[in-house]
Design a protein around this ligand. Sequence first.
Ligand code: AMP
Ligand code: MG
Length: 290
Amino acid sequence: MDLRKRLVVEPGSRVTLSDVDAAFHGSYSSSADAKADLEAQATRLGSLQQKLYGEKKHALLIILQGIDAAGKDGTCWHVMAAMNPQGCTVKSFKQPTEEELLHDFLWRVHPHTPGLGQVAVFNRSHYEDVLVVRVHDLVPAAVWSKRYELINDFEKMLTQKGVTILKFFLYITPEEQLERFRQRLEDPARQWKISESDYKERAFWDQYTAAYEDMLAKCSTPHAPWYVIPANHKWFRNLAVSQIIEKTLDEMNLQLPAPSVDIAHIRRVYHAAVVADPAATDADPSRLKG
Ligand code: AMP
Ligand code: MG
């Protein structure tokens, strides 16, 4: 099953989140069933990223959004674990600083977009400026409502430089969120992740849902599509996100750059000289017959 087709928000369409099955797990029956595919996918992802890094003609921007405990951190960890850290960056967007608030909402985002050859993951993003900002009236509706178009233009500009943009909305049910909060309370290794604000935000579930549905409807574009990822099962979430990234990279037809030197000549002359005389540190080719 091509999960891209199944999970993409078709540009111009509107998703009603209550119609989405957050526990969907495709043709797999369990995480054990998906394990081999997940591992093979991670290997392919790593080698595709290596080509992207070497070729330096494309960049990939992965945007993660979702309610508290939807799995943004876990997805980031899973995807990045498959890649060479040298070609990746992760940026988490928190509450804006005083200085950031003195600028337009994209000012703090732009410097973190990936250059050619790089993969960047945004854990939250400029979409917070039409989500939390809207839900909590942090700016007037007249301001946030104009941001969808500004975001689409901004993303279009990035794609014109060669940045491919994949946006994943991790969708869990309120029941699953509460269960994850409970696990965080119980597990000393995860207690640091929970706070009062998680419970307070939960009270705004319906307002967030409306804001998410608008974001998906207005900002899923042919150049930067949104995917709704059923995320109640962490293993399926990881599988879906990494499959979509892998297929997208695969279609770029990435090519490692051709060597800029004559490999046959280096092998025949320079390498052979050092093999013949290990002391020949300068590998003087004049001592060989060329
Ligand atoms: P966390 O992801 O749990 O570390 O929390 C980060 C917090 O920063 C969340 O509560 C976000 O809603 C908040 N945040 C991120 N971006 C913005 C923004 N542009 N305006 C207001 N709050 C934001
Ligand atoms: Mg949080």
